[in-house]
Design a binder for this molecule. Structure first.
Ligand code: HEC
Ligand code: HEC
Length: 209
């Protein structure tokens, strides 16, 4: 990945796969939890510049907005990508060059930015929206993500994310190409979703007023 330096790749990997990822998560969170409540508007670390090509005001390559997610959520996702547990060619390439310190700084920085003030696209498929609302009620999505879907604790904001990204995310949880924090919450939820549910839910969340 151009712009992200390939440093901090540990030569020896004695602990493998999931165990290593879990360890990394625990270490990261232990080191940051004391700080997450302080300091708004963190200074942009140099390594954040490379992210803006896709996660800036104009989104590119199917990337979702990341500004305003919690620092823990951002760090977890970066650790999942780095460990190859969340599969995405682009982000695995980006994350493999990130050190733990980079990940902490990136989490803190993007969490300090305001949630993008996106206007929902015009809803031309009212029936699909209704179906999505019904599926969200049935699966109790709001219980974890909040009544306005702006996120609560480990459950991130999902309101007004790009529709294609939402559908992909739900499909990825269902097939297990993406792990879920929060006691595997999303893996369990997505396991029972049909293709039609996913289509409707993604549409409903994308056009939320
Ligand atoms: C070339 C484009 C590109 C660049 C550069 C890029 N990303 Fe991404 N990013 C993506 C795409 C595409 C996804 C969606 C992956 C998926 O579908 O699972 C993503 C997903 C993410 C997510 C998960 C978001 C969520 O809601 O779960 C985080 C966090 C993230 N990127 C952080 C970063 C950071 C930090 C950088 C810079 C160090 C960066 N990205 C650079 C394309 C990019
Ligand atoms: C038991 C709590 C819980 C329930 C119920 C739940 N979620 Fe989640 N959701 C989470 C957590 C925790 C995450 C973060 C998982 C991770 O680490 O990727 C998440 C992540 C997501 C994401 C990924 C967002 C992103 O930026 O990539 C989407 C989309 C999502 N949930 C949609 C839904 C929908 C739709 C429903 C209902 C069908 C639902 N969730 C029900 C807890 C929940």
């Amino acid at each position: 990945m151009s712009g992200v330096s390939p440093r901090a790749r540990k030569p020896a990997r004695r602990i493998s796969g999931p165990a290593r990822a879990a360890l990394a998560v625990v270490t990261l969170l232990a080191c940051t939890s004391a700080r997450t409540t302080s300091a708004r508007a963190a200074e942009a670390p140099e390594v954040a510049q490379a992210c803006l090509a896709c996660h800036g005001e104009a989104l590119a390559e199917g990337a979702p907005p990341i500004a305003g997610h919690s620092s823990n959520y951002i760090q977890l996702q970066l650790v999942f990508f780095r460990a190859g547990r969340r599969k995405n060619e682009i982000m695995q390439g980006v994350a493999e060059g990130l050190s733990d310190n980079d990940i902490r700084a990136l989490g803190k920085y993007f969490a300090s930015l305001p949630v993008p003030d996106v206007k929902p696209p015009a809803d031309t498929q009212a029936d699909l929206t209704k179906a999505g609302e019904a599926a969200a009620l049935q699966h109790r999505c709001a219980a974890c993500h909040g009544d306005t879907y702006l996120g609560i604790q480990a459950a991130p904001r999902v309101a007004r994310l790009p529709e294609a990204y939402l559908a992909k995310a739900l499909g990825d949880y269902r097939t297990g190409t993406r792990p879920s924090s929060g006691g595997a919450a999303m893996t369990e939820v997505a396991g029972s979703l049909s293709d039609a549910d996913i289509k409707a839910l993604a549409h409903y969340l994308a056009v939320l007023p």
